[in-house]
Design a protein around this ligand. Structure first.
Ligand SMILES: [Zn+2]
Length: 645
């Protein structure tokens, strides 16, 4: 569910951003993203759902090309972004990696604030201002109408040269927050991005500042990075404060100081620090020896602060329906940046959570990101507009909801479209069928009018490809389709127990079935006996509830097994060998490693802890200090390096 929510959120943010590019509306309510944020969103969506239709519509450059009322500017020297670190050890390894090459003699570093604004390039010719442009995607940006920044721009600078590019950040100073009683918590950076795209200036345009950090000219050369910063002082734009050191540990101390107090003292919002080698010669050596990636200069790095959460306003509450009918309220907020991620949705868990915390529509809320995907709301302030959140009917099928424990449930388990989509998704995910993403599954189900998984398995391969081609817009001869079909066919090659475990009965997975000695539907059906309703074992009770809440639950699973017709049988006589894993594995998650081992040795089963019953301990890097390792040594359990399998 989390991934699907994030995909929906990304789609919404990207579509909105594209719209605002096309229209250049003067609607102040419209949320504006910076180009760099736009890039990040597309990249994240590409990773979660590579075939998402939003990505196929138009890319960034197409979007730029379709804009006719703004002039495009090519950056002959691209405006690259920087690699980022968050931890001390990553900073040290970035530095040591350069020093260990033995090629660098001058390793003085310059540390400066990373201003959180909108990157831009100003062109001056023979001291006179020509135009300003946005960073765009680093290679192509858009010209900014000069009347939008007429209070910002210095019309002349005392630096000669036929083509002088001054690069820096447009930003709105923090003092703007004090001047205005602001109703929402839209970040200043986004207000600035919006103000730079308008047709006509409004009041906020008066507040835009520009702080330069780089200068490139046809006739000027530098020996040191700080010479650039010193020369830029002459322009009378605000200056960047910097700090010089040869000791990388001082850089980290400075960063700690930054997190504690420095960032609050600066007049602009900042997003960490930038560290760059001072010697231009050193920079050149690094480019020669380490290369430049498409996006990053390797002689500079950004240190990003830990995420601290952010304020926003709840604009709407959306209700999602899980595969088992649970209603999950989600707060839709003004997009805010938390850490390095732009979010506009926060989970409200369930209706009890909403009531207990008295969360209302139009509340001001403080969000924290505790897991990787969706933030939590941790503080709530009511506003005059605040309105109670209520729900009575399922948003997907309109059935009256029933209260069960902390949850509201849609009881229409077999025909509720949202529950069907999420059941399919759960099955596809459990079977590693990743090549058709959530948005395509959604279209397949709605377009093809599917209500049960077995319907897919009842079709022949060609018919299945036809419906996918028709509704998901994926051609038969593409690799995506071939890979989908391969994995779909593979999903038929499993035991009845696997199918039951992956089907999605609440709290019942394959592990649990093994523990309960449930191998087939015959083993499962005995829990239909109502005496299990009062069982002390929660899983027995869960199966009993599931079987009795609607007889069609069982019929549906029965049909799935009938059409898959599993040939593979569990050999009940083979005693399972338990294995455990400890230490870090290169490029492999723990779960992938477990799958790899279990696929290779079908009678192996993963154990979370090392006990006397464990037969093998696999170890990765730095495993010898772990308690699992020590226990294995104590019990004389064979220890094998994971690499060797
Ligand atoms: Zn429903």
């Amino acid at each position: 569910m989390d991934t699907l929510n994030r995909i929906k959120e990304l789609e919404r943010l990207i579509i909105q951003a594209k719209k605002s590019y096309y229209s250049f509306t003067d609607d102040t309510d419209e949320q504006q993203l910076t180009d760099a944020e736009f890039d990040l969103l597309e990249e994240e969506l590409r990773q979660l759902d590579p075939n998402n239709v939003v990505l196929r519509q138009v890319g960034y450059e197409d979007t730029l090309n379709s804009i006719t009322n703004k002039i495009k500017v090519t950056h002959t020297i691209p405006m690259l972004s920087m690699d980022k670190v968050k931890k001390k050890e990553d900073l040290l390894s970035w530095f040591n990696n350069k020093i260990d090459s033995g090629l660098i003699t001058d390793y003085q570093l310059v540390v400066e604030p990373k201003v959180d604004g909108v990157s831009g390039d100003l062109l001056y010719s023979n001291t006179k201002f020509q135009y300003a442009a946005t960073r765009g995607n680093g290679r192509i940006g858009l010209k900014i109408d000069t009347n939008l920044i007429k209070n910002t721009i210095k019309s002349t600078i005392p630096i000669k040269g036929s083509e002088i590019h001054i690069r820096g950040e447009f930003y709105i100073p923090k003092s703007y927050n004090l001047k205005k009683e602001r109703d929402d918590y839209e970040p200043l950076r986004n207000l600035c991005a919006g103000a730079l795209k308008r047709k006509e200036p409004i009041e906020i345009n008066k507040y835009i500042e520009f702080i330069p950090y780089n200068i490139i000219g046809t006739d000027i050369t530098f020996d040191k990075e700080i010479e650039k910063l010193e020369l830029l002082r002459k322009t009378k734009y605000p200056d960047i404060q910097y700090f010089i050191t040869k000791d990388i540990t001082h850089v980290w101390e400075y960063f700690e100081e930054y997190e504690k107090s420095l960032r609050n003292k600066w007049s602009f919002e900042s997003d960490g620090l930038v560290v760059v080698f001072n010697s231009i010669n050193t920079q050149k050596i690094i480019v020669q020896e380490f290369g430049d990636t498409d996006h990053h200069h390797k002689y500079a790095i950004a240190i990003k602060p830990k995420s601290v959460g952010a304020w926003s306003t709840i604009r709407d509450v959306e209700f999602n329906v899980s595969r088992n009918g649970r209603i999950v309220p989600v707060a839709i907020m003004y997009p805010v940046q938390i850490g390095s991620v732009m979010v506009s949705r926060a989970t409200l868990n369930n209706m009890s959570f909403v009531k207990e915390n008295n969360i209302q529509l139009y509340d001001k809320v403080f969000c924290n990101r505790t897991n990787d995907v969706i933030p939590d709301i941790v503080k709530v302030i009511h506003t005059t507009k605040s309105k109670e959140v209520t729900i009575e009917k399922c948003p997907s099928c309109g059935t009256k909801l029933v209260e069960k424990g902390v949850d509201y449930i849609c009881p229409n388990h077999l025909n509720c479209p949202a529950q069907i989509v999420n059941k399919f998704l759960h099955w596809f995910t459990s079977n590693d069928i990743k090549h058709i993403g959530p948005s395509s599954i959604d279209k397949l189900i709605h377009g093809g009018n599917f209500s049960s998984l077995w319907q897919l398995y009842a079709m022949n391969q060609n018919d299945l490809m036809c419906v996918i081609e028709k509704y998901c817009n994926i051609s038969k001869d593409t690799d995506t389709m071939k890979e989908f079909i391969r994995l779909f066919e593979k999903s038929k090659d499993q035991t009845e127990q696997d199918i039951i475990g992956k089907y999605g009965i609440p709290t019942i997975g394959i592990k649990m079935l093994k523990k309960m000695n449930i191998y087939t539907l015959n083993d499962l059906i005995k829990y239909k006996d109502l005496s299990y309703m009062s069982s002390d074992v929660a899983v027995e009770k869960n199966i009993c509830i599931w079987l009795n809440q609607d007889p069609r639950n069982f019929d549906d699973l029965f049909s799935l097994i009938k059409y898959i017709d599993p040939k593979k049988k569990v050999d009940k006589n083979i005693k399972k060998k338990l294995f455990c894993i400890t230490g870090a594995l290169d490029n492999l998650s723990r779960n992938d490693a477990i799958k790899e081992i279990e696929n290779k040795y079908p009678n192996y089963e993963y154990s979370n802890t090392v006990t006397k019953d464990v037969s093998i301990l696999y170890i990765g890097n730095d495993a010898t200090n772990t308690s699992k390792y020590k226990t294995a040594v104590k019990y004389n359990i064979p220890i094998i390096e994971y690499k060797s399998i």
